[in-house]
Design a protein around this ligand. Structure first.
Ligand code: 13P
Ligand code: SF4
Length: 324
């Protein structure tokens, strides 16, 4: 490991199980620059569980699922937040920190769920089902959140739906999440036809083949997977819930039916667990790199802005969720 600056070299021990030594020198210059720029800019990096290990374990200050990132964004004291994740996550951080600079390193880091619905669609649903509350997944634009009554994440969707005390809710835009939550509650759920392009590709046959090839396998699935995939799994939960499951249950062999970097990030902390690694990449999450995080901090780009007309209403929907 010669030629590596001491701070980056020290960090390698965190990720040596998932990043080959031969690849590490590619990252060290950017890591050192990012660590320095964070101090100079009084910045913190919030990273989603799907970020690559060199981001997640080496430069991030706060990591977690969408719910944890939203909650922890409220406690940030730094002047600048860099969101290593997708655009809706950066918007949520901005909604909760209107006075801070929130940067997203690549404006193209979108989400197929967020793209599946517009504010007009939400208004049409409200007209079609008068009086039925609208629960909107955080994987949506601020403009869609502004038309909604309350937000939810995969980590709190059931609690949010049941907190409303009504027999029927509209849940937008993830059809599969809505169906998976409907299976756990007596509340009737009206769904939309949005899908996550990563999780919709998993099938029950994938799980059956994996179980046949790897005896004793524990299968964890994200609730954005189709219901027949969730039925075939041993456990379904948000990215944080899957990570907690591995830490608590410590299965001998596990597969996470979700985005690829999850297994790497969780495996770092659980050397005794064997991770079987079929996974699907999220092209949006993968647009965030050490190089563009560095550029974001050097050039203070790309700052997230939200129209004032929208931000009050969108923030209310997020704050209602956080109060559940
Ligand atoms: P989590 O809230 O479970 O982290 O999920 C976010 C996401 O985008 C999953 O695809
Ligand atoms: Fe969106 Fe799916 Fe990517 Fe999550 S994994 S950001 S839901 S496209």
């Amino acid at each position: 490991m010669s030629g590596i600056s001491p701070s980056a070299a020290a960090l390698y021990s965190r990720v040596e199980k998932v990043i080959p030594a031969i690849e590490w020198p590619v990252f060290t210059d950017d890591i050192d620059a990012i660590l320095r720029l964070k101090r100079e800019r009084n910045a913190v990096i919030l990273a989603h569980n799907y970020q690559t290990p060199e981001i997640f374990h080496c430069v991030a200050d706060i990591v977690g699922d969408s719910l944890a990132l939203a909650r922890k964004a409220m406690d940030v004291e730094a002047d600048v937040i860099v969101l290593a994740g997708v655009h809706f996550m950066a918007e949520t951080a901005k909604l909760l920190n209107p006075g801070k600079t929130v940067l997203i390193p690549d404006m193209g880091a979108g989400c197929s769920l967020a793209d599946s619905i517009t504010p007009d669609d939400v208004r049409l649903m409200r007209q079609r089902y008068p009086g039925v509350p609208i629960v909107t997944y955080v994987n949506t634009s601020a403009a869609v959140k502004a038309e909604s009554d309350i937000c939810c994440t995969s980590g709190n969707a059931k609690a949010v739906v049941e907190s409303l005390g009504v027999p029927r809710v509209i849940m937008l835009p993830d059809e599969y999440l809505a169906q998976n939550i409907a299976a756990q509650t007596d509340v009737e759920i009206i769904a939309w036809k949005g899908h996550c392009e990563v999780h919709e590709r998993f099938t029950p046959e994938d799980i059956r083949e994996l179980r046949a090839a790897h005896p004793g396998l524990t299968v964890l699935a994200h609730p954005e997977c189709p219901p027949d995939v969730v039925d075939e799994a041993d456990f379904a939960g948000s990215t944080a819930a899957m990570s907690d499951y591995v830490g608590t249950v410590k299965p001998a062999r596990v597969v996470l039916m979700t985005e690829c970097s999850m297994s790497d990030n969780v495996a770092v902390d659980h050397p005794d667990v064997e991770f079987i690694r079929p996974c699907n990449l999220c092209p949006h999450m993968k647009r965030i790199t050490l190089a563009n995080i560095r550029t974001a901090l050097e050039e203070m780009r790309h700052p997230v802005t939200i129209e004032p007309e929208l931000s009050g209403r969108a923030r209310l929907a997020v704050e209602r969720m956080l109060a559940v």
